[in-house]
Ligand binder design. Structure first.
Ligand SMILES: Cc1ncc(C[n+]2csc(CCOP(=O)(O)OP(=O)(O)O)c2C)c(N)n1
Ligand SMILES: [Mg+2]
Length: 332
């Protein structure tokens, strides 16, 4: 893994702030009904992505995740303007405006979605890793999912085969404490999700998901193991989401104090504190970064606002049709 230098810290500060503000903007335009449908935000969980990107080889490694998926593709190189346009349902979006919030995807950047079926991406992630092993590539797939998804049966089938076939995949449970309004403690007899790996003798363990350094270190070990043919790893990244599950969540299941307590160990604040303590930059320098972040977000908003909606007939281009399908007469 590359050393975690001053430049890395400054880049983390800028990118994590950008992801946060990008999503704050999405929340604002959602209320104005410019973005519709579901909207699940990642605020609070940014250290997971920042640390993961640092440990990955972005020229070949892959990522797949659930529906909390707006900032991961940006981190992997997708133009954020196109991500925002996708959320607006515009033709310039990553899926020409036909996918929306939960389905950001970019094969070119090795970001494989964007999945709304809870736990659906777990076997798919193993499948991507199977493809790489089959073709003799040393790329590694990061397969991310939530604490709720960890309780799906698909995880167990996948863990079994991933170990049997020693697939180059790192399973990352982003444990943000809740699946919609249900806490981990209410759905499991033990709250150490990482222990699910023990039953398959898969290397596994907990990681502090609020600190990008800890995330990068934990993931580096797992990624290197997978790259060298050592098979899968299961990591539980303990993190927190500040906003509700989606925009329509009244959040009766937790106290305001709990959210405020987590904000004391906010990932961006932690990075900022190291920057100031080590004198990597001054408060003034950081204000300049904050200004640049604001401008970048405004550019995305302008692009999405000014982009056209897709032509209606584009809808039919995205539907699979088999002319000789024998069971339903297809003459609409
Ligand atoms: C198979 C399936 N069951 C239920 C749902 C409804 N649902 C959407 S999100 C969610 C909670 C998932 O929580 P978690 O895996 O912890 O992810 P988080 O939202 O916290 O990131 C549920 C139950 C769904 N989309 N798919
Ligand atoms: Mg969760």
């Amino acid at each position: 893994m590359q050393k975690i230098t001053k430049e890395v810290y400054l880049n983390w500060y800028e990118e994590m702030s950008f992801w946060r503000k990008f999503e704050d903007k999405l929340a604002a335009v959602y209320i104005q009904q410019k973005v519709r449908g579901f909207l699940h935000l990642y605020n609070g969980q940014e250290a997971v992505l920042a640390g993961a990107l640092h440990a990955m080889d972005l020229s070949k490694d892959k990522m797949i995740t659930a529906y909390r998926n707006h900032v991961q593709p940006i981190g992997m190189g997708v133009d954020p303007k196109r991500v925002m346009a996708e959320l607006y349902g515009k033709a310039t979006g990553t899926s020409h405006g036909l996918g929306g919030s939960m389905h950001i995807f970019s094969k070119e950047h090795r970001f494989y979605g964007g999945h709304g079926i809870v736990g659906g991406q777990i076997p798919l992630g193993a499948g991507i890793a199977f493809g790489d092993k089959y073709k003799g590539s040393d790329a590694v797939t990061l397969c991310c999912f939530g604490d709720g998804a960890a309780r799906q049966g698909s995880l167990h089938e996948t863990f079994n085969l991933a170990m049997l076939w020693q697939l180059p995949v790192v399973f990352i449970c982003e444990n943000n404490g809740y699946a919609m309004g249900t806490s981990v403690a209410r759905t499991a007899s033990h709250t150490d999700v990482w222990k699910l790996g023990l039953g398959y003798e898969m290397p596994c363990g907990p990681v502090d998901g609020m600190n990008p350094v800890k995330v990068a270190e934990g993931l580096d070990e797992a990624i290197q193991r997978a790259r060298k043919g050592g098979g899968p790893t299961f990591l539980e990244l303990k993190t927190y989401r500040y906003r509700g599950h989606s925009m329509s969540d009244a959040q009766h299941y937790r106290t305001k104090k709990e959210v405020e307590d987590y904000k004391k160990i906010d990932p961006i604040t932690q990075v900022k504190e190291v920057i100031l303590e080590k004198k990597y930059a001054s408060e003034e320098d950081l204000k300049k970064i904050d200004k640049r972040v604001k401008e970048r977000v405004a550019e995305c908003e302008k692009f999405a606002e000014e982009s056209p909606f897709p032509e209606k007939n584009v809808m039919y281009d995205a539907v699979y049709e088999q002319k000789d399908y024998p069971f339903i007469t297809n003459n609409i």
